[in-house]
Write a protein that binds this ligand. Structure first.
Ligand code: SF4
Length: 377
């Protein structure tokens, strides 16, 4: 079974911290949907006949489009690949787009999971981040989505905002719990190259990010979510039992996926491909049926390193038997040796002599630990 990711590259305005590929312009919207539908046709053999058990509309802001347009893409994907009954079909939506009429229209499509880009339920945070919506709009969007029957709901939150504090962060977590939201993705604010946030910090207009504040808020998040019965199934993702994101989980378990739209990534089990991150070039390439992506075939080392990095971030951990069987004895012995110091300082633990997991303390250093476990050719 495989996944489909559809990248919708439009936003109302660019948020201060964002470096995803998207444009704050209304130009080429219809042409882009047409190109996406045509790209599906062009790449219909990419998944080697595997049917889809997840479809994910991300961006950008997919909720800028009328749900009927989204359904056009779903129907095309079903025709070309086959979508299995009960497949998870997610759409990312921003609070400012979520109204009663739009949700009613979305209900009549095949979308069965909504992921709302709340980021914070606090107006000062939202201003810092450069979001368009207000805290009141974020909360009313969540309430309305639930009332309209989108119980399969996820929200995104951002912590480590310098202008904010632990009390505000705690109240954001409590809002998720208050509405019994099934799934939460929570990310530490990062300052990416080329973003307005980076410029504002460099000019002294905004305070820089404080890593200790972010670490403290992450610890608070882990503890509150655990108390409330959520599974911390991936470093940035929490869910009520049985409600993890199937689509994102398939990225971490190495399933095949096709990504369509500008800047979308694909994986076929052996190589990764990424489409050109330019709207005009993307549309032209699809029109002319020309190559629109770059491709990299993964070496054994790259596959091992990717497995270590992604598996370590999940609650299922690194399976040592799998490493031995799939990558060989040398990789296995290297992993055992390099993991030892982290087991000794309680950043890693070994479960049933077979699974390597991050401890809660270790989760604060996940990137550093996985780098130490990597194989360098
Ligand atoms: S709405 Fe999302 S994709 Fe668009 S600029 Fe903001 S963070 Fe980036």
């Amino acid at each position: 079974m495989a996944g489909l990711y559809v990248h919708i590259p439009f936003c109302r305005q660019k948020c201060h911290y964002c470096n995803f590929y998207s444009v704050a312009s209304g130009k080429f919207r219809d042409e882009t949907i047409d190109a996406i539908v045509n790209e599906l046709e062009i790449r219909k053999d990419y998944l080697g006949g595997e049917r889809l058990n997840t479809v994910y509309f991300g961006g950008g802001t997919p909720s800028l489009f009328a749900p009927g347009k989204i359904q056009e893409i779903i129907l095309k994907a079903d025709k070309l690949f086959g979508i299995v009954p009960g497949a998870e079909i997610t759409l990312e939506a921003n609070p400012e787009d979520i109204g009663s009429t739009w949700l009613d229209a979305l209900k009549s499509t095949s979308v069965n999971r909504l992921s709302i880009g709340v980021q914070s339920f606090n107006n000062a945070d939202l201003r810092y981040l450069g979001r368009i919506h207000t805290a009141e709009k974020a909360e009313s969007a969540v309430r309305l989505a639930l009332e309209k029957g989108f119980e399969n709901l996820s929200v995104d939150l951002i912590f480590g905002i310098p202008a904010s504090d632990d009390k505000i962060w705690e109240s954001n977590i409590l809002k998720v719990l208050q509405y019994n939201i099934r799934h939460l993705s929570a990310y530490a604010l990062t300052v990416e190259p080329g973003t307005a946030l980076r410029l504002f910090i460099r000019k002294g207009k905004y305070q820089p990010v404080d890593e200790d504040q972010a670490a403290g808020q992450f610890e608070m998040l882990m503890s509150r979510m655990k108390q409330a019965g959520y599974d911390h199934y991936e470093i940035s993702n929490f869910c009520l039992p049985g409600h993890c994101s199937k689509h994102n989980t398939s990225y971490w378990t190495g399933d095949k996926y096709l990504g369509v739209g500008p800047a979308a990534h694909s994986y076929d089990g052996n190589s990764r491909q990424w489409n050109v991150a330019n709207l005009k070039k993307y549309i032209e390439a699809v029109e002319k049926n020309e190559p629109l992506s770059e491709k990299e075939t993964l070496t054994g080392t790259q596959k091992y390193n990717e497995y270590v990095m992604t598996a370590l971030r999940t609650m299922w951990g690194i399976d040592l038997e799998k490493v031995k069987n799939e990558f060989g004895e040398d990789f296995y012995l290297h992993l055992i040796k390099e993991a030892k110091p982290f087991e000794n300082n309680q950043h890693l633990l070994k479960k049933n002599q077979r699974i390597l997991l991050l401890t809660d303390r270790g989760k604060l250093f996940a990137d550093k630990i996985s780098s130490a476990l990597f194989w360098n050719d």
